[in-house]
Write a protein that binds this ligand. Sequence first.
Ligand SMILES: Cc1ncc(COP(=O)(O)O)c(C=O)c1O
Length: 379
Amino acid sequence: MRKDGIIPINKPNVPDLKSLLPEYSEVFDNGMLTNHKYVGIFEERLREYLRTENVVCVSCCTSGLMLVAKCLVLTGEVIVPSFTFPATVHSLIWNNLTPVFVDCDPETFNLDVAQVEKKITEKTSAILGVYIFGNPPEMEKLENLASKYHLKLIFDSAHALGARFGGKFAGNFGDAEVFSLAPTKIITSGEGGIITTKEKTLAEKLRLARNYGNPGDYDCSLLGLNARMNELSAILGLKSMNLLEGSIAKREVLVDLYKRELSKIEGIDFQKIKEGNRTTFNYFAILINPRKFGMNNKKLLLALKEKGIMTRIYFYPPVHRQKVYKQYYATYINSLPCTDKIADSIICLPLYSDMGEERVLRVCEAIKDLGGNTRHERG
Ligand SMILES: Cc1ncc(COP(=O)(O)O)c(C=O)c1O
């Protein structure tokens, strides 16, 4: 192992502990660990930052997605990508909904909108889009489709806090969006989720739903969960907001450096971010063409690990190929060619907000050493 140590794929982005102590001390003193003021203060801070109308904080993105599907009273089929994290789709199954998988776009890795329209039937009640690694999907086209067919439109925005489609922040699209504040995200609250919605009545229903559906007298009016964010998480999230813009800017610089170096090597491609949009680079993913590069993504992962560089083949397997989704296999096997191709060639490289440029260069050097020819040599 090299003296300069292991390079992790990801590191939690947290503020200085001292900056949290006044609020943490207050909560420890008054004993109000949950159901108190900091969740509301955090929600207000997020509302201002995202310039959105309603924010409801929850325990995680998964519970947020489950509650959104429940509160929108979705039925039948929901159109969703398979190239995503399993929780996107689990949230539908937990609501007895049928996921209808749609292939992804080979360049952006997001939902292929042309395919979405083909999958709409009379049973479809919603489209669930995902910002893959923070990259905004085609919002206008999806909004037009949803309104043309009277469908609900939801986004799994787990990776997308701070992303923008055109001039608008993620958190302003569809009927609702749900973000994650897990430790692998741009900022974290330990665990946590954020729901945004333009609809006040939906926000009120979600507030009830995150608290068992209990309006206060335990005469529950809907089947909710305990999906509350606790006060300590809210304080961590609130203080971490000061890190958010700087972290995205830092990641942009690191990704530029990665791209400058890696584009010199044959057989490597990048996720496309459409002009005018901002991704968060929650992950920096590259596609490996084994014939041109000289080895496939799985071998590259092992070879980099030998050199102390941690990477991840992500998302893999795609959801439609996971064991628990076997019952849907028969329909989807070989029918999502782009999803399969991307899942078989992708690899996410180390990227975190306080990563030094020398570490990016070390990763690029290692990939260059392992790969085949440089583009220059091939002419
Ligand atoms: C796209 C996507 N959706 C949902 C989730 C689940 O988020 P959480 O862990 O906050 O429930 C993740 C987690 O990484 C994710 O990547």
